[in-house]
Design a protein around this ligand. Structure first.
Ligand code: NAI
Ligand code: MG
Length: 492
């Protein structure tokens, strides 16, 4: 493998099992590609069932003592990890940009900083693993304990791999669990770097990180008899496979799945701040490869054309280019499969007579952008919320604008989806905004902003967007602890 990596990016040393960097038991490996060049970067081990077994055994051994470490001491280790990640955040950001295609300036740096912040946040929560006492009478002491669950199997995607990995590692370990994590095929490097930093501070086996394919290593995790909890982020389709596997042995699951999130713009919000907010909510600078992308834009008919004109002006001013280039606002799609899928959706939009292309279209076939999986922000206008582009998660920069005149109809269309992850409402009328926020069936509604998640907020989906919450104290307690009641007879 010709491994000429850009300066200041992480060079993987293998997978992390029991505190050691190892290859796969079979010796097999696979290649990570740079999506901006369609060129190989590095080879990583291809884990299979035997590697999952080894990692689970190591984790189980480590659990015996990790669960007994005083919670605040575990918290202090997480705080040290946070500072160590912060100290190497530029290398982490460049590694993320290199393997995911997410632009360094607009995305990858933010992800690296957020990763440090996630460890910081959960490190400070260790003393909140509290139970309660139950008043059962003068001669009874009844109390509850928050106990860790055991070996957690974690499977993560590639779109914000390091942040999404940290969101499982930090709360699970804080609560006294141990973990076997599988990285996404396309983006293992940043997660391995994070694991490398964690391993400087953690006992061997507490965190194990495998690189491998979903139906192979992922399925072995989902079905492993010694794994006591499954935490998955990815497609709804695979989420169902994970949940079925969990049902076989009654283990709890947390699922963070897809979305087709609505943005509802009221007629009084035909202004630049709302346009900036829509660009942010649609995650155009992440090629819209985000589960929270506001990819259905419900515009009031009075402002439909004027709003789209402003949106075109601001969106087409964004610079698409090499993710590692400071000048780039927008990078690339992750891989050929996703790129082909996004292009197919754009072609479907172009072929549909009811839909009007507002701007964008298919990616260029020649020139520098054709060297990588670059796509261009694309907006279609249509009367209907019922066609494929308005119903399916595209996971690419294709936005569908739909007009509305009656508020109840807008909310009905917004809720007419099997997903329910995020939503956005735009209006100066706060009463209207909040009534809409309460009527929308989504786990997270933002009014007049289109930002990303912040530690402390419980984040997760309604309907087929998921199960369970992450990112918060309650998320840690609900997802990574189990409650035990102890009842003592004091009359003896
Ligand atoms: P995916 O859901 O197949 O992959 C996510 C993770 O699941 C990866 O680590 C993968 O190796 C693993 N996996 C795949 N099959 C598995 C199996 N049978 N058993 C256990 N683990 C398995 O997502 P993919 O194929 O990368 O993307 C397809 C679509 O999924 C995207 O177009 C997008 O719509 C959606 N997606 C949603 C994400 C989110 O954050 N909600 C993240 C990534 C993808
Ligand atoms: Mg898949």
């Amino acid at each position: 493998m010709s491994a000429v990596q850009p300066a200041n990016t992480y060079q993987p040393k293998g997978m992390l099992i029991d505190g050691k960097w190892v290859g796969s038991a079979s010796g097999a490996h696979f290649t990570v590609e740079n999506p901006a060049r369609r060129k190989p970067i590095v080879d990583v081990p291809r884990a299979a069932a035997a590697d999952v077994d080894a990692a689970v055994d190591a984790a189980e051994r480590a659990f015996a003592s990790w669960k007994k470490v005083v919670p605040r001491e575990r918290g202090k280790l997480l705080l040290k990890i946070a500072e160590a990640i912060q100290a190497r955040s530029e290398e982490l950001a460049r590694t993320i940009a290199l393997e995911t295609g997410n632009a360094l300036r607009t995305q990858a740096r933010g992800e690296a900083n957020m990763t440090a912040d996630i460890f910081r946040y959960f490190g400070g929560l260790a003393s909140e693993l509290k139970g309660e006492t139950v008043p059962l009478g003068e001669h009874v002491l009844s109390y509850t304990r928050r106990e860790p669950i055991g070996v957690v199997g974690a499977i993560i995607p590639w779109n914000a791999p390091v942040m999404l990995g940290a969101l499982k590692i930090a709360p699970a370990l804080c609560a006294g669990n141990v973990m076997v994590m599988k990285t996404a095929e396309d983006a293992p490097m940043g997660v391995l770097m994070m694991a490398d930093i964690c391993q400087e501070f953690l006992p061997a086996g507490v965190l194990n990180v495998l690189t491998g394919y979903g139906p192979e290593a992922g399925a072995a995790i989902a079905n492993h008899p010694k794994i006591r909890k499954l935490s998955f982020t990815g497609s709804t389709e695979v989420g169902k496979i994970i949940m079925r596997a969990a049902a076989e042995r009654i283990v709890p699951v947390s699922l963070e799945l897809g979305g087709k999130s609505p943005s509802i713009v009221y007629p009084d919000a035909d202004e630049d701040w709302a346009v900036d907010g829509i660009i942010n909510a649609m995650r155009f600078t992440r090629q819209s490869q985000s589960c929270t992308a506001g990819s259905r834009l419900f515009l009031h008919e009075d402002i439909f054309d004027s709003f789209l004109k402003k949106l075109e002006k601001k969106t087409t001013a964004l610079k698409i280019g090499d993710p590692l280039d400071e000048a780039s606002d927008i990078g690339t799609i992750i891989n050929n499969k996703q790129y082909t899928k996004v292009c197919k959706y754009v072609q479907d939009g172009l072929d549909r007579s009811d839909a009007k292309l507002v701007f964008g279209g298919l990616p260029p076939k020649t020139g520098p952008l054709s060297e990588g999986y670059f796509t261009i922000p694309t907006v279609f206008a249509d009367r209907s919320n019922d066609w494929r582009l308005a119903r399916e998660e595209i996971f690419g920069p294709v936005l569908v604008a739909i007009r509305w005149s009656d508020e109840a109809e807008a909310i009905r269309m917004a809720n007419d989806s099997h997903y329910g992850l995020a939503a956005y409402v735009w209006t100066h009328d706060i009463g209207k905004g909040l009534r809409a926020a309460h009527a929308i069936e989504s786990g997270w509604v933002q009014v007049n902003q289109g930002g990303g998640q912040t530690p402390g907020m419980s984040y997760g989906g309604y309907k087929q967007s998921g199960l369970g919450r992450e990112f918060s104290l309650e998320g840690m307690l609900d997802s990574f602890t189990q409650r035990k009641s102890v009842t003592v007879n004091l009359a003896v």
